[in-house]
Design a protein around this ligand. Structure first.
Ligand SMILES: Cc1ncc(COP(=O)(O)O)c(C=O)c1O
Length: 408
């Protein structure tokens, strides 16, 4: 009879402590399959045949040896995201920033130049400006909404990597990704698109030529405010590079988070459809509110990016992020508004099933001086909303009463 270590480890001849550790573990492959992918918490994997294990350690991507190299629960999530984004593959990370960071380092080397849009998520901006600059990597900034200036900057700097976001925060301007991708292709540069604000239900940057599509899964993909994670959807060749980097920097997604995100993504189309519908209804109500000044939402005809949004997103919606100004509001008035909210949660982050409101002057743009902020349209009177899946009427009623109390 073949040697069976499981039986041997748990035999009654063994001590109680040994049996407590080993009994019930490593059962043979079952005849059944669970209807959902299990969470595989094991950090290591065993093989009956040591030669197969040798192949796994040599890099056979279909096998697992150690969770920092790959994990079956994480693989399941990566498969569904690649499928939805229309890429060959994807790779999970411990956070959106780990995904951004690793995607950047996989595309540059010493002396590289990066061209990035001015309107970037604060920590991505800091990564480029403060972190990579100290390693001899130069980042040049230009407003990607100005395509002529972007083309000129590409000609001038010959960047190795181009970095942008699909919808800018907090003014909700829509980047013309197909046009930027054409410029990147002509310049032989890698294009990294942070698509956190536009899950693949709405837009798929890889279809238009992005090489690296990054998401903070903390937001729409997981969707319930209970996961921190990131993902990069990309080609097999780039995934291999990213995987090698992740192996070294250890920025991998844990299996519990992967499982929660896998569960979350199943309802992404339903959630996001409702969020987009709600956002349009809320934006229209805000526009009609005499106490509200500007409403930034690409679904509104007056928004500067309305035509681009229509072209990129078709009839799938305009996203679920809005920002608006409360007329003549001071910082104190906006604090009053946040404190008066009864349904909407005054918290940072976005993309959750519940509606969130954030104050850019206090949060994302806190370190930017008021004059600089005002120049780009982010004054003390600007508030951001991430619209959830609640009843639109309840969201609107809460906003109306809180806006009323802002300046009361
Ligand atoms: C556009 C964008 N990219 C990246 C990130 C970073 O994601 P995480 O917080 O999961 O690291 C955020 C976080 O707010 C974001 O808004």
């Amino acid at each position: 009879m073949a040697h069976d270590p499981t039986t041997s480890r748990t035999s009654p001849d063994r001590g109680l402590a040994t049996r407590a550790v080993h009994t019930g573990e490593r059962p043979p492959q079952p005849q059944f399959r669970p209807t959902v992918t299990p969470i595989y918490p094991g950090s290591t994997y065993v093989y009956d045949d040591i030669e197969v294990m040798d192949a796994a350690l040599a890099g056979d991507e279909t096998k697992y040896v150690y969770t920092r190299y790959g994990n079956p629960t994480t693989t399941a999530l990566e498969e569904v995201i690649a499928n939805l984004e229309g890429t060959a593959t994807a790779i999970g990370f411990a956070s959106g920033m780990a995904a951004v960071h690793t995607a950047i380092i996989s595309s540059i080397g010493p002396g590289s130049t990066i061209l990035a849009t001015r309107d970037l998520y604060g920590h991505t901006f800091a990564t480029l400006q403060d972190h990579f600059s100290t390693w001899g990597v130069k980042t040049e900034l230009v407003d990607f909404l100005d395509l002529e200036a972007t083309a000129a900057a590409i000609d001038e700097y010959s960047p190795d990597l181009i970095v942008c976001e699909t919808i800018t925060n907090p003014l909700m301007k829509v980047t013309d990704v197909p046009a930027i991708a054409r410029l990147a292709r002509d310049a032989d540069a890698t294009l990294l698109v942070d698509s956190t604000f536009t899950p693949p239900v709405l837009y798929r940057p890889a279809d238009d030529g992005a090489h690296l599509v990054v998401h903070s899964m903390t937001k729409y993909i997981a969707g319930h405010g209970d996961v921190t994670g990131g993902i990069v959807a990309t080609s097999r060749m780039r995934r291999r590079q990213l995987g090698d980097m992740a192996k070294l920097n250890g920025s991998v997604l844990g299996p519990f988070e992967a499982w929660l995100a896998l569960r979350g993504v199943k309802t992404l189309p339903l959630r996001y459809k409702q969020q987009c519908q709600n956002a349009l209804t809320v934006a229209q109500a805000l526009e009609a509110n005499p106490r509200v000044g500007l409403v930034n939402y690409p679904g509104l005809e007056g928004h500067a990016s309305h035509a681009t949004a229509k072209r990129l997103f078709g009839d799938r919606g305009y996203g679920a992020m809005i920002s608006f100004t409360i007329k003549d509001a001071t910082k104190e008035d906006v604090f009053n508004y946040l404190e008066a909210l009864e349904l909407i949660i005054p918290a940072t982050s976005l993309g959750d099933i519940y509606t969130l409101s954030l104050y850019p002057a206090m949060a994302s743009h806190r370190s930017m001086p008021l004059e600089d902020r005002e120049q780009i349209g982010i004054g003390d009177d600007l508030v951001r909303l991430s619209v959830g899946i609640e009843d639109a009427g309840d969201i609107i009623a809460d906003l109306e009463q809180a806006i009323r109390r802002a300046s009361a």
